[in-house]
Write a protein that binds this ligand. Sequence first.
Ligand SMILES: *Cc1c(COP(=O)(O)O)cnc(C)c1O
Length: 375
Amino acid sequence: MTRERPPAAVGMAIEEVDTPALLIDLDALEYNLTRMAGAAAAAGVRLRPHAKTHKCPEIALRQIALGAVGICCQKVSEAEAMVGGGVRDVLVSNEIVDPHKLSRLAGLAARATVNVCADDAGAVDALNAAAGEHSVVIGVLVEIDAGGDRCGVDPGEPALRLAGHIASSPHLRFRGLQAYQGRAQHIRLAPEREGAARAAASAVERTRDLLARGGMACEVITGGGTGTWAQDAASGVYTELQAGSYIFMDADYRANRTAEGGDYSEFRQSLYIFTQVMSAPGRSYVVVDAGLKAVAVDEGMPVPDGLPGVPYVRPSDEHGMLDVRASRRALRLGEKLRLVPGHCDPTVNLHEWLVAVRGDRVEAVWAVAARGVGR
Ligand SMILES: *Cc1c(COP(=O)(O)O)cnc(C)c1O
């Protein structure tokens, strides 16, 4: 794959990092990795972090070294990049239906432990055929829609029927349930967020018990994200947590409220867009070189770090404006700044490199190996 020139080299001072670039504060990243690993262990739940957040095998291997049982991927291409980077156990926490993709997935199952989700009997048949052609057995989880209104069969009887279909497929093994309530993650107020997580867990529990009565025990029940992981871990229903964003955090997650009404600050911000003031025309704003091609704005604008009262506004392809009317200091031409992304995962996907810094030195430069639309 042709790659862009890396924005930094190991040992460089942070000031020399070319812009726009993604910075990872390694102290904060390590804090987050250790915090979640410890919390999952304390709750007696396995951790299988979602790699769609970082798309970077070096980070996945750090998660696994700290006790994660494997990782989640959303796409076959991500799973391939992770296995290529040394990960041995991957759950594709998503539906795969295209025959070419199923064939690649079955090929991967010959090299690593691969599990995948399903919400359709016809797709299960296609997966079974691909597994048969590659002489592998693939583990399958029935995805149920636990309130996220995305993929998944309805809880209860439909899940039982599909589980039975998987169990009777010779090249597949029924493993359990996947129930990720994506919409609950970003509900701002703690009581409502926890209520949505509780409702999801009770739908999962009801389905689990129905399957058990039908002779199909669930070895694995996986779900949970950065917004609800604590309730999900405490529910006693999930055997695995699949949180992703906790490693980096973003302005959108920060805006979730805790039960006490404070910022959601259980995890530290470790991901930043490094950007440079490229024009300071002496008006109400300065212009930085991080626009829509450097930062995702789907969940809100990035937030300049350490510059209270200075909002990032009006992004265009290659430009962003910092409204400096309330700034406590002048921002000079050529100055380099950090922005906290609004939404970490799609921001990472815009970049080819992650520049890992400790203090003001570059310690590593990692490729975003699984970057792309995700085929
Ligand atoms: C995105 C995603 C996650 C991780 O959620 P975060 O909010 O990033 O922690 C887990 N599971 C699935 C299926 C997802 O799509």
